[in-house]
Write a protein that binds this ligand. Structure first.
Ligand code: TRP
Ligand code: ZN
Length: 462
């Protein structure tokens, strides 16, 4: 992990400067203030891995104020004299490491923590951060709002892709670092707080209710949520025993109901295509949110800014395999998330009265060379501002259809299942996906991927 981070860093002078002095051998050194991703150089931190987050959040919708404690159980991956966490805004009142007061300082979105004593490599340590304030979302390079997004009535839409986790909890906020979570949120009676995984308990006392959630599978920080609203809640088990928990804003309830009713069917259908569902819970958070404009595949429980249509539900559910269980290790590979989730929509539509996948590829290919679709390659967006542009989604799906037409259905679906199965709860990159495709199909596929995944502009022949 460290070697790969350093390798990536070497290529970028900005990051090399950030890293300077960070990992010389010998004695203790500060952890790097970055995970080394050129698209989001401020995200993530080197020198330690967070095994588990425990967040206690108290939220007052009237004042928008958050009062919080975060307990991070981490492992040092080098001898650490100090280390960084990602936190945007908010006021930190104290930090302890293994129960002893630690020095801390803020600079931009980095919180630097200096424990009383250096932490030996391999040491498990506990960091407790007490913080409070009115959280503010961040604006992404593409102009969209990200993180803790407060609505006029005090409800909150919480979606952290790609960098918004830092707006509500201190974290090692890059998908390279995956952790388990316990998130307990206290809100006034009448409000609900919905997070990832299973609801362990719901306790009311003194006019407030605490919702205590557990995500027991490794999760990237951007997939964490703690969304707050006056929701209508529905919970049940599917025929196979999977607990489903849906929280829906009443304004969207009527439109959402028939689509959410399909969750068990969509999970079952995708399980036959992609292999067993990776998590121990499912569901949806449906808000009536302004100024968002997207849904997010928050782990186990996608969040929608309005009642989703069935394709959006199919898309976010497919991300549970592609993106959530198998994660990116750099944002450049975003097509491994978005292309796969979009292709799931193609498959669903093909089986539900829509166009076939080959017709869909042909229709896309027929778009003129001036169309946005051809503006950059799916596998090389070029900058952070482009990761949610058309190519990673639509050209990403085209790559998969080309692959399927080349290797045949049997090998193609074996590739998808093996990818999701072998890398479950871990990571994968584009080169590894190409290698797996070649291994399973027994074919040389370099020119296919060179043209369809990495080629600039519209390929000369369909
Ligand atoms: N990953 C989301 C999806 O399912 C989209 C998304 C998340 C997004 N965050 C975003 C899009 C920020 C634009 C801007 O497709
Ligand atoms: Zn998506």
């Amino acid at each position: 992990m460290i070697a790969r981070r350093l390798l990536a860093l070497a290529a970028t002078p900005v990051l090399a400067a950030l890293l300077a002095g960070a990992s010389q051998g010998g004695g203790a050194a500060p952890g790097a203030p970055t995970a080394g991703d050129p698209y989001f150089p401020q995200s993530g931190d080197g020198g330690y891995h967070v095994v588990h987050y425990r967040l206690d959040l108290g939220y007052a919708p009237a004042s928008r104020r958050l009062d919080a404690t975060a307990v991070l159980t981490s492992t040092a991956t080098q001898k650490l004299s100090s280390f960084f966490l990602d936190l945007s805004g908010l006021t930190v009142s104290s930090v302890t490491v293994d129960g002893r007061k630690a020095a801390f300082s803020r600079s931009g979105v980095k919180l630097k923590v200096t424990p009383a004593h250096a932490l030996p490599r391999g040491r498990s340590f506990s960091t407790v951060i007490t913080y409070a304030g009115v959280p503010k979302d961040v604006t992404d390079p593409d102009g969209s709002a990200d993180g803790w997004i407060t609505q006029k009535d005090g409800s909150v839409f919480v979606a952290g892709e790609p960098q918004g986790a830092m707006t509500w909890f201190p974290s090692n906020s890059h998908p390279l670092d995956k952790s388990t979570y316990e998130i307990a949120v206290t809100v006034p009676d009448g409000w609900s707080a919905v997070s990832n995984g299973r609801l362990e308990s719901q306790c009311a006392s003194n006019g407030r209710t605490t919702f205590d959630w557990r995500e027991t599978s490794p999760m990237a920080a951007y997939l964490a949520t703690a969304s707050i609203g006056k929701f209508q809640v529905q919970s049940y088990r599917t025929a196979s025993g999977l607990p489903v928990y849906n929280a829906v804003d009443p304004a969207e309830a009527k439109a959402a109901a028939p689509v959410l009713a399909q969750i068990p069917a969509v999970v079952a259908w995708e399980s036959t295509l992609f292999g067993r569902y990776p998590f121990d819970a499912a569901g949806a958070i449906v808000e009536h949110a302004h100024g968002v404009g997207y849904a997010l595949e928050t782990q186990t429980r996608p969040i929608y800014d309005r009642a989703p249509d069935i394709d959006t539900l199919v898309h976010e559910t497919a991300h549970q395999w592609f993106g959530d269980s198998v994660s990116l290790d750099r944002w450049k590979d975003i097509w491994l998330n978005e292309g796969f989730a979009t292709y799931a929509e193609w498959l669903w539509d093909a089986q539900h009265g829509g166009p076939g996948t080959a017709a869909r590829l042909a229709a896309d290919y027929a778009l003129p060379a001036t169309n946005d679709l051809w503006s950059f390659p799916a596998g090389d967006p070029g900058s952070a501002a482009n990761i949610f542009g058309t190519p990673p989604y639509e050209r990403g799906a085209m790559v998969l259809e080309k692959l399927r037409e080349t290797v045949g259905d049997k090998a193609f679906f074996a590739i998808l299942r093996t990818w999701a199965g072998e890398r479950r709860y871990g990571h994968g990159d584009s080169a590894q996906f190409v290698a797996l495709s070649e291994k399973i199909s027994g074919e040389r596929l370099d020119s296919l991927f060179a043209t369809w995944l990495y080629g600039q502009g519209k390929p000369a022949t369909p």
